[in-house]
Unconditional design. Structure first.
Lengths: 292, 335, 291
């Protein structure tokens, strides 16, 4: 298999706080790679480091990120912008805030098409209509003329998915794309992402805290804890025989539809402590990341 | 939020205007100085004075005077200026265009410069241009238009005499325009020499008026822009590969304008109020300058007419500000 | 004890915080100099500010090669500008202190009532504030002085009548917040009277806000006084007011720009000083209000 994205020993600090402490991760072409971890584990920062949209206080201190053979860390900002939208994109976490409230859906879908693919106004509109159909939105013509506040959360997320796939990127980062949605909508959105991904052969780094979601959509999985990948493997491997004690603990803390009635066990604190140098640092990093 | 909303706002303006009218009227009737005394030639007898009183209705009880004045005003008759002996409505209308042109140019200057400062401050966030923007807004916010006018006269009119400091046009310039909107008319007629002259006379008073408003706009817009730049839709735009400049101008700006317009609306009425003094300082022939003259000469009908004009302008501005906010915000527009 | 006093831990801590704030220090120095100059005007001024000497009119300041007897030159009637500026400070300070305090008193009282009593009291006062806001403030004060008749008293009354709304609006909004606080509820439950609660419990908590507003209002009062004497509605032009000097200097601005320039500079320094002091106090006294 060909690797689309290769992250090698990535270190990142926010202020003086180490957030990523040597992340290794490889996403292969056409695959969905899950990145699982608790809040504060640094999983969102991995995605933002790859896209180059880190908060201003964040600094990459060490490591490599290679996308399709391109060194992303030392890439000039202009060249990075050339990749964004066209060759890699993102499905954001909260569809309620990720669309600009003052513009119509049409503008927010066509702008990236016109910018990245250089389409004309008519061509971009035509393409936007097709995209909306692909994400199974009825009456795409009407939706193009609507404002975000006129659409439901699920509809908005479909629009954002259409926007992410718009220019046919090789790689997409999906940052908890279903967390803000309710459960029934969640399942449809997951199925939609999976279908589009398979049709177009797009690789996805799927960031989530939910092992249930991982089971539904991912080919491979990496478990991140305290800024480090503690275990990596195919989804079936990991679900069948989790190796690392933290992964096992994570399973124990996840509700399972296939085993109703099993007791949920919180991740033991001692385990967490062993993985980290000290507890204070752990609490502090969780606080930092929440505010970052 | 549709036509009926504005109709309601418009109707609410009526009692406010009425309140203004009452207060102005009552205030001016307790003037100790006798306006008639100032306009009679020396040597006039008591009969002449009585005659004049009757002509201007000043011999009637106050309530009668008020109802008569109010019904006249409702018919568009603002009375006759005691001092200038002309119809007040016509006098005000002849000076209003000059003031409106001044206020519009000043507003344009304030919005443009305030907007640019805010955008520059956000674009170069954390670097020296931001510090310059903050320092500039702090300074311009502290000093009122009156003082800016005087500083401009001193610095740009006298010490480096680059601009004229009084009037609207060079007194030797003869023009044959059909309206008092000289600036607009010279532009339409393509008389660019006159336009240039109007502009050099306008730029200092307009700048004096604009600076405090510019500071308010710059500060408000910068805060709102910084806030908008932290939103998720900006993150999405960054991932679309847009440049920082494009994101500020085309994603964040319109969102940031909504709170800015609302909060600077009140400040904008201060600009219109400020024309009174600034026109005086620059001997600019607008209604503000006329108002001070009318107060000094105790020209009751003219003062009443002018204050009502100002109050109406203030209320109109507030309505306009509301309208703009609604236009900018689709959620309110459709709600 | 009001919360802001407790929050600043001790008096000593408060003073240290004030002295550590650059704005407070700058504004404090300006205010102090203004007070000293105003109080000691007769001692500091080398000449009688009213004494005319037409033979010595329009002399340039010393730095521009003027007469050594007149440090900053003379005006059109040969009066010493330096002395007139010093006595002008006296008038500026008098107006600033008296007008700002009275405006604060009136506005605070009405604001407290509107905020705490609510109902028709609030309706009337709020409506009044609305109507006030529909007037251009400068024009209103000019009209008022014309009505009352020129003079220092008229200027002060005009400022009070125009600017009480600044205090009223802020105090009303603040009371609306404070009345929901627990300390007010407990004062109500132990049966304190409404005025007692308003003046004894709520008012002390408004002190930081009022102090800031008062300082800013003093700066505004100085400007309004200058404006009114500039227009010719304050004291007669014999009196040495800064605004009067500006008005006179405007006529000679091409020959002797400093006659206008010096009082303008004085006003700007004083206004910046009061502004800095107000901003600084806001930062030190009320961290919550800091924006």
């Amino acid at each position: 298999m060909r690797a689309v994205l290769d992250i090698d020993d990535l270190h990142l600090r926010i202020g003086r706080m180490p957030v990523l402490r040597g992340v290794d991760l490889t996403v292969e072409a056409g695959q969905v790679h899950g990145l699982v971890g608790e809040s504060g584990a640094g999983k969102t920062m991995v995605g933002r480091a790859v896209l180059g949209i880190l908060p201003s206080a964040a600094r990459i201190t060490d490591g490599h990120v290679t996308f399709a053979g391109i060194d992303l860390i030392n890439l000039p900002a202009a060249s990075r912008r050339g990749l964004l939208g066209r060759r890699m994109s993102m499905i954001p976490q909260d569809p309620m805030t990720a669309l600009n409230p003052v513009y119509r859906i049409g503008r927010q879908l066509t702008d990236v098409l016109r910018h990245s693919l250089g389409l004309g106004r008519q061509a971009a509109r035509q393409r936007a209509l097709e995209l909306l159909e692909q994400v199974r939105i009825a009456e795409p013509g009407r939706v193009l003329r609507q404002y975000p506040h006129e659409l439901s959360g699920g509809m908005r997320q479909r629009v954002l998915i259409a926007s992410a796939f718009a220019c046919g990127p090789e790689f997409i980062i999906a940052d908890e794309p279903t967390t803000a949605l309710d459960v029934t909508v969640q399942r449809e959105i997951l199925r939609l992402i999976r279908k589009l991904q398979q049709d177009k052969g797009t690789a996805i780094l799927f960031v989530t805290h939910d092992l249930g979601v991982v089971a539904k959509i991912c080919d491979r999985v990496s478990v991140i804890h305290s800024g480090r990948i503690v275990e990596s493997g195919t989804a079936s491997q990991l679900f069948a025989v989790p190796q690392h004690p933290y992964t096992k603990a994570l399973f124990a803390a996840t509700p399972r539809y296939d085993r109703p009635g099993n007791r949920l066990v919180p991740v033991p604190r001692q385990l967490t402590l062993r993985l980290l140098e000290d507890a204070a640092a752990y609490d502090q990093r969780r606080r930092m990341l929440r505010h970052a | 939020m549709s036509g009926s909303y504005f109709l309601r706002r418009l109707l609410l303006a009526v009692p406010t205007l009425f309140g203004v009218a009452v207060i102005v009227f009552v205030l001016l009737r307790v003037v100790p100085g006798d306006p008639i005394a100032m306009m009679i030639p020396p040597g006039a007898g008591a009969d002449d004075i009585e005659n004049l009183r009757r002509v201007y209705g000043l011999d009637q009880p106050m309530l009668v005077q008020f109802t008569r004045w109010l019904s006249d005003v409702a018919r568009g008759d603002f009375g006759v200026s005691i001092n200038l002996r002309q119809d007040v409505g016509r006098l005000v209308l002849s000076r209003l265009p000059a003031s409106l042109e001044l206020a519009v140019v000043a507003t344009a200057l304030a919005v443009l410069s305030g907007g640019l400062l805010a955008i520059a401050g956000v674009y170069w966030r954390g670097r020296w241009p931001e510090a310059v923007v903050d320092g500039l807004t702090g300074l311009t916010l502290a000093i009122p238009d009156f003082l800016w006018g005087l500083v401009f006269i001193l610095v740009l009119g006298v010490l480096l005499p680059v601009l004229p400091i009084s009037g609207r046009l060079d007194p030797r310039q003869a023009i044959a325009f059909s309206s008092q909107f000289y600036l607009a008319e010279s532009l339409l007629r393509g008389e660019f020499r006159v336009l240039g002259m109007l502009f050099t006379h306008l730029v200092l008073p307009a700048a004096a008026l604009a600076l405090p408003l510019m500071a308010v706009i710059a500060r408000m817009l910068k805060t709102s822009l910084s806030e908008a730049m932290t939103q998720d839709y900006v993150l999405v735009a960054r991932v679309k590969g847009f440049t920082r400049g494009r994101i500020i101008l085309r994603e964040a700006l319109r969102n940031a304008m909504i709170p800015t317009v609302t909060l600077t609306g009140v400040q904008f009425t201060f600009l219109v109020g400020g024309t009174v003094l600034v026109e005086r300082i620059f001997s600019y022939p607008g209604i503000g300058n006329m108002a001070i003259g009318a107060v000094i000469s105790r020209d009751l009908p003219l003062i009443q007419g002018l204050i009502l004009t100002f109050a109406a302008l203030f209320i109109a501005i507030n309505l306009l500000v509301d309208l703009t906010t609604v236009m900018l915000n689709p959620r309110v527009r459709h709600g | 004890m009001a919360e802001w006093v407790r929050r600043s831990a001790s008096r000593g801590g408060l003073w240290r915080a004030l002295a550590g704030n650059g704005r407070v220090v700058f504004g404090g120095i300006v205010a102090l100099v203004l007070v000293v100059v105003a109080v000691a005007a007769p001692v500091l001024a080398p000449h009688d500010p009213l004494r005319q000497d037409l033979l010595d009119s329009l002399l340039p300041p010393l730095w521009a090669g003027g007469d050594p007897r007149y440090l900053l030159g003379t005006d059109g009637l040969g009066r010493d500008i330096f002395s007139r500026l010093i006595f002008g400070a006296r008038i500026a300070l008098t107006v600033a202190v008296i007008a700002a305090s009275l405006a604060a008193l009136l506005g605070t009282l009405l604001g407290l009532m509107a905020g705490y009593f609510g109902r028709w009291v609030d309706t009337i006062i709020s409506r009044l504030v609305d109507i006030w806001m529909a007037f251009p403030p400068v024009l209103l004060s000019i009209v008022l002085v014309a009505v009352i008749g020129a003079g220092l008293q008229a200027v002060i009354i005009a400022i009070v009548i125009v600017d009480w709304t600044r205090f009223c609006r802020v105090v009303r909004a603040e009371v609306l917040v404070q009345r929901e606080q627990d300390y007010v509820t407990s004062a109500v439950t132990i049966g304190l009277s409404r005025w007692r609660i308003l003046l004894g419990e709520i008012l002390p908590n408004l002190v930081p806000v009022l102090l800031v507003l008062l300082t800013l209002e003093m700066g505004i009062a100085v400007i309004v006084e200058a404006i009114l004497s500039f227009v010719g509605l304050s004291l007669s032009s014999d009196f040495p007011t800064w605004g009067g000097l500006i008005q006179e200097g405007r006529q000679y601005v091409y020959q002797s720009w400093w006659i206008m320039g010096l009082p303008v500079a004085c006003i700007i320094v004083v206004v910046l000083g009061f502004n800095a002091l107000g901003d600084g106090l806001r930062m030190v006294l009320d961290p919550v209000m800091r924006r």
